[in-house]
Design a protein around this ligand. Structure first.
Ligand SMILES: [Fe+2]
Ligand SMILES: [Fe+2]
Length: 249
């Protein structure tokens, strides 16, 4: 099995939907989708249809866009639960999975963010702050999402490949002076995630969210982002799947 990675496919954009539709068939292979498919549940479901017709295995964690509730009548955590149940019912892999001597480990995450927000935390242009609704008060969202991984936190034998939507370290972002959106570090990084990646002994970690593609080694961990991006951000109108590893079965 060849294992490929992509993130931020945002298939609610017609151009992105068409690109994903055009991906060849990889019927013996697996694809990690590191969050941000869409916020609309119908689009998420139809995207799973497309991907499951092309790949033998689809691995997935939701991103922040999935937890927007503009078309959903309950809160963001309820929506998370709905999406995780949808994945289980249709065979999308959201739990640790072993292939030969490799473990593939999905990690749920959210950026460090204390609820309720105080005024200084509010980035008015950041959609999560008005499109997500949290049922809990006095909660650190990074810790809460991190706690959902607790059942999987142990050492694993073999090669560990983990993935999340958010970034475990700010080192994966460029210097803020090169960022168009200066507050991006405030809404991207989970320090809880960094501890968890260390604990499970991950050697490769796939992430998404920042829409800044990377393939870099930091402290012996290879970090990869391969975001499809928004149509306006892309130079070429094509999908490049990133080959992460070839696991001989
Ligand atoms: Fe995204
Ligand atoms: Fe995101």
């Amino acid at each position: 099995m060849k294992l490929y990675a992509i993130s931020d496919i945002h298939t609610d954009f017609g151009e992105n939907w068409n690109l994903i539709k055009q991906i060849d068939n990889y019927h013996h292979d697996g694809l990690i989708v590191a969050g941000d498919i869409a916020d609309n549940l119908d689009v998420i479901n139809k995207t799973f249809d497309l991907l499951q017709n092309k790949f033998k295995y689809v691995f997935y964690v939701p991103g922040n866009h999935e937890l927007w509730i503009r078309n959903y009548k309950y809160n963001s955590l309820h929506k998370l639960n709905t999406i995780m149940n949808l994945c289980t019912s249709r065979g999308i892999i959201t739990k640790p999975h072993k292939f030969k001597d490799h473990w593939i480990i999905p990690l749920l995450s959210w950026y460090d963010c204390l609820m309720p927000l105080n005024k200084n935390d509010i980035v008015e242009s950041w959609a999560d702050y008005y499109l997500c609704k949290w049922p809990l008060i006095d909660i650190n969202l990074a810790e809460y999402f991190g706690s959902l991984n607790n059942q999987y936190l142990r050492t694993y034998e073999g090669n560990v490949i983990s993935f999340s939507h958010f970034l475990p370290t700010v080192e994966l972002l460029p210097n803020p002076k090169y960022l168009k959106f200066k507050r991006l570090p405030d809404v991207s990084v989970s320090t809880v995630l960094a501890d968890q990646i260390k604990l499970i002994g991950s050697k490769i970690h796939i992430f998404g969210h920042s829409h800044i593609n990377r393939d870099v080694l930091i402290d012996n961990v290879r970090y990869i982002q391969n975001a499809l991006l928004y149509p306006r951000e892309r130079r070429e109108n094509s999908v490049n799947l990133k080959l992460v590893v070839d696991i001989n079965e």
